[in-house]
Write a protein that binds this ligand. Structure first.
Ligand code: G1P
Length: 287
């Protein structure tokens, strides 16, 4: 079955990025000149997703406005004959269909996914976590979809991390199927390095079977008192196969200050209009 819908949970408080996120959504922080969430939506679109369900919370209205049409702005740009910008601004709201639903309480990623059930319905769907920005030739989600089409099970994006970093990620116990594809035998949310079953970490892209909804409803709060998607997947594993796709591409943790800075520098250096000047500037810094 074609993967048509994607869920993007954005209700998190963004505490890692305070004070910037006190009154503005962290998903609207720009990498150069584009908000983080737009990179994610563009990846979804480029992977063939047709409908995006954004699970929002209080203080996140700017996201809806960003993907809405902006009549005044479009009129201004038209009057000023800025047709290139006009085209770009119109494209943002025309990319895909958007639906919004609210997560009333921050009860965890698993709970956020559950909030999307009435809109997703009974079909497999994609999940994107907005903190993970992935720069790759083939969009990361497209790589997952290819694995889904071959193996017909849920698929998780994975990447090797340093052993000491396992406590920041969901970690899988893998069995290799072929180059870059693993069968998930078990998974643990944020284990201490000594307890981690491998150093293959879950990155924020998933294709999930709709059975996950039934499972999440019965999942009790786990790490940090939250309903964890990883715990739900661990239960799902008893009934269905789950695969790990070791995607090719560079992943930035843009929800973290250092990760955000690294992404900003690298994205700016790649820009045709800024890259050359910016590189010159960085080189002359007396570091
Ligand atoms: C979430 C998931 C975790 C995953 C990570 C990827 O954690 O719970 O399993 O490895 O995203 O970014 P978070 O970073 O939201 O705490």
């Amino acid at each position: 079955m074609k993967i048509r819908k994607a869920v993007i949970p954005v209700a998190g408080l963004g505490t890692r990025f305070l004070p910037a996120t006190k009154a503005s959504p962290k998903e609207m922080l720009p990498l150069v000149d584009k908000p983080l969430i737009q990179y994610v939506v563009e990846e979804a679109k480029a992977s063939g997703i047709e409908e995006i369900i954004i699970v929002t919370g209080r203080g996140k209205r700017a996201i809806e406005d960003h993907f809405d049409s902006s009549v005044e702005l479009e009129y201004e740009l038209f009057e000023k004959k800025r047709f290139d910008l006009l085209e770009e601004i119109k494209n943002i709201s025309n990319m895909v269909t958007f639906a919004y639903t609210r997560q009333k309480k921050a009860l965890g990623l698993g709970h956020a996914i559950l909030c999307a059930e009435p809109i997703v319905g009974n079909e497999p769907f994609a999940v994107f976590l907005g903190d993970d920005i992935i720069d790759s030739r083939v969009p990361c989600m497209k790589q997952l979809i290819d694995v889904y089409e071959e193996y017909h099970g849920s698929v998780i994006a994975i990447q090797e991390v340093k052993q000491k970093e396992t406590k920041s990620y969901g970690i899988i116990k893998p069995r290799k199927m072929k180059d870059r594809v693993y069968k998930v035998l078990d998974l643990v949310e944020k284990p201490e390095p000594t307890k981690a079953p491998s150093n293959l970490a879950v990155i924020g892209r998933y294709i999930l079977s709709p059975e996950i909804f039934r499972v999440l409803k019965k999942t009790s709060p786990g790490k940090h008192g939250e309903i964890q998607l990883t715990d739900g997947l661990k239960t799902l594993l008893k009934e269905e196969n789950i695969y790990g796709c070791e995607f090719s591409g560079v992943r930035y943790d843009a929800g973290d200050k250092l990760g955000f800075l690294k992404a900003t520098v690298e994205f700016a250096l790649k820009r045709k209009d800024l890259g050359k000047e910016f590189k010159k500037y960085l080189k002359q810094l007396d570091l």
